[in-house]
Design a protein around this ligand. Structure first.
Ligand code: BTN
Length: 332
């Protein structure tokens, strides 16, 4: 008899059926292969159907894979994922308080490098500056990437900027021309926020222990899905492209881009990403005002340096700023 749990047996059967979509498999043979009874196979198939997989049955009681649901399931995300290590371990949940909070616990417990935590919804999604990230069920992607980079803590904010470049590339891959990065961490489409990044760091004795790159993505939200307080500032990939987006597909593409940029970042910091970073920037050359917890600085944004800081030309000279909330004063 099999020592596989029902979930593990479901995974095995799904993998088998998926190898030949629309082909009807004999369940007695599956039972033999997995050394269990036919009832166990039927139970496993029923589990798959309940999750949302479309599995057909014919009049001889055989089963065939038809379609997979667009849900953030570990089996879906890892299926044909073309990365070397990012996303190879997936912790997937229906709902969590915050994927970043959970990712920190998993990193403390030794989760592998490049593991990701995803959820279909969050009850206390964390945003920057103590804000909340609006996380409605099955509309967005709420993602945290666990990384163990061998970098000094001062370089870690650069990872937010590098991630924003990956996000901008992923959005642009959907044919959009108006994707911008609003330093330090917002990804905008047509001047409205489509994604935000919250990078959290654990460091000890001047060394990074781990970094959690937390990303909230508005993917399939329609205009009425946003609450009134954010609807004027927010958008989604669906609104921008006018079509429903396959979220797993987006996530796989994004992880691939992110891995390439992350490796580049580890090799040469933001140097290799600088050209793109400046080209996507919504701020460079603009008159801005930056609120640093009540201290307001105004001037022209002229650069983003190699540590990911914003360089602003003010009446008192050049200032290098590492955090804050930016407002564009003069629109082009
Ligand atoms: C921002 O303020 O713009 C950053 C928002 C980051 C939200 C994401 S959603 C997934 C991850 N888990 C969290 O609790 N926060 C980040």
């Amino acid at each position: 008899m099999t020592d596989l749990s029902p979930d593990a047996l479901s995974d095995k059967i799904l993998a088998d059926l998926r190898r030949r979509p629309s082909h009807f498999f004999d369940l007695a043979q599956q039972a033999k292969k997995h050394r269990c009874g036919k009832a166990d196979i039927l139970f496993a198939i029923d589990l798959l159907r309940r999750v949302g997989y479309d599995i057909a049955a014919d009049d001889r009681g055989r089963a065939a894979f038809v379609d997979a649901p667009d849900l953030l399931l570990a089996a879906e995300i890892t299926h044909r994922l073309k990365t070397a290590f990012i996303g190879h371990t997936v912790y997937a949940y229906k709902t969590v308080q915050s994927t970043n909070a959970l990712a920190a616990q998993l990193a403390d417990a030794g989760a592998p490098d490049g593991s990701i935590v995803v959820a279909e919804s969050q009850t206390r999604g964390r945003g920057r500056l103590g804000r909340r990230w609006y996380s409605p069920e099955e509309k967005g992607i709420y993602l945290s990437i666990i990384l163990y980079p061998k970098i000094e803590p001062v370089k870690a904010p650069g990872l937010s900027v590098a991630s924003a470049v990956s996000l901008a590339d992923a959005f642009t891959g959907y044919g959009l021309k108006n994707v911008r990065i609003k330093w330090p961490n917002d990804c905008l489409i047509k001047d409205r926020k489509a994604a935000g990044i919250l990078t959290e760091l654990s460091a000890e004795a001047g060394k990074v222990r781990y970094v959690i790159v937390g990303i909230g993505l508005n993917i399939n939200h329609t205009k009425t899905d946003f609450p009134p307080d954010i609807s004027a500032m927010a958008t989604s990939l669906r609104i921008a492209t006018r079509r429903k987006i396959h979220r797993v597909d987006f996530l796989q593409r994004f992880l691939r881009i992110f891995e390439k940029d992350y490796r580049r970042f580890l090799k040469s910091g933001l140097k290799g990403l600088r050209r793109k970073m400046l080209a996507y920037s919504a701020l460079i050359g603009r008159e801005i005002s930056l609120d640093m917890r009540g201290r307001v600085i105004t001037g022209t944004a002229v650069d983003i340096d190699l540590n990911g800081n914003l360089v602003v030309e003010t009446s008192q000279g050049r200032q290098i700023l590492n955090a804050g909330e930016v407002t564009v004063v003069k629109k082009r």
